[in-house]
Design a protein around this ligand. Structure first.
Ligand SMILES: [Zn+2]
Length: 273
């Protein structure tokens, strides 16, 4: 049985905490699916757009609005696009763990899962990053992963969805703070079209309404809410304009505290204390 995490009043008497999070997947998900994708230059270039082009737009918008965010970076992205990690850190943002080659936990045995975690840690360590937060590639976790996260010293995760409020995940070997996201609050199901995975290529105005409605719900309930995006999707010009409208709408609609997952996790307390 998981238990809710308790938060004291938010900084600045904020009504709601908003975590903007970005998964800088790059080419890793496609290469991680299998070696046959290493010849698919268009597919790989679609992934490369994230760190090579979309990320800059995202960072510029966050700098303009003075917002700090959390970037979950696969080790492969850190190794092959080191300038992306440098730029994220230069902006004062948090870097979290997102696997090495973005391999899905459920497709790996225990040693394979451990290798993904350890290789991801090694790649980030070259940038002086020791992440405390983890987001599983493809948002799937196994019981073994949870056990390893505690063992490797992670203190929070952003992969599970049992609540829309932070909670303590207790099925691993030690309590882990869960900062839940959801597919509906992620850009990929709406905009992450690929030739064989499909996608919607949705109307951004519709997604803008959904995301702002969720913000208003979170504001009324004084919740913490996580939005998940990918520079290769949200970093397209028309979607960056949507993200700007969403953030401005939040600032106009209440008193949000835009925070990194690390900042939010630092405030979390057990329900009983
Ligand atoms: Zn990812």
């Amino acid at each position: 049985m998981n238990s809710r995490a308790v938060f004291p009043s938010l900084p600045g008497a904020a009504e709601v905490a908003v975590a903007l999070t970005f998964d800088v997947d790059g080419e890793a998900p496609w290469l991680g699916e299998g070696p046959e994708n290493s010849r698919r230059l268009t597919l790989l270039s679609q992934g490369r757009f994230g760190p090579a082009r979309g990320l800059e737009r995202v960072l510029d918008l966050l700098a303009e609005l003075d917002i700090r965010a959390t970037f979950y970076v696969p080790g492969h992205t850190a190794d092959h696009h080191p300038e992306a990690v440098v730029a994220i850190l230069a902006g004062g943002h948090e870097v979290g763990h997102h696997g090495y080659l973005h391999r899905s936990s459920e497709s790996l045995d225990v040693s394979g899962q451990r290798a993904e975690l350890e290789e991801g840690l090694s790649a980030l360590s070259l940038h002086g990053v020791r992440p405390l937060g983890y987001r599983s590639p493809g948002w799937e976790l196994t019981p073994e992963t949870l056990g390893m996260l505690a063992e490797l010293g992670f203190s929070y995760d952003s992969s599970l969805m049992a609540d829309d409020r932070p909670y303590w995940e207790t099925s691993g070997t030690a309590p882990l703070l869960e900062l839940p996201g959801h597919w509906s609050l992620c850009d990929w199901p709406y905009f992450g079209w690929t030739p064989y995975h499909g996608g919607l290529l949705a109307d951004p105005a519709a997604v803008e309404r959904i995301w702002l409605e969720e913000f208003e719900s979170a504001r009324q309930e004084h919740r913490i809410v996580t939005y998940t995006m990918h520079p290769e999707a949200i970093g397209r010009g028309y979607l960056l304009r949507m993200l700007r409208r969403v953030i401005i709408g939040m600032l106009d609609g209440g008193r949000p505290w835009f925070a990194t997952h690390a900042e939010i996790a630092a405030l979390a307390r057990p329900a009983t204390s």
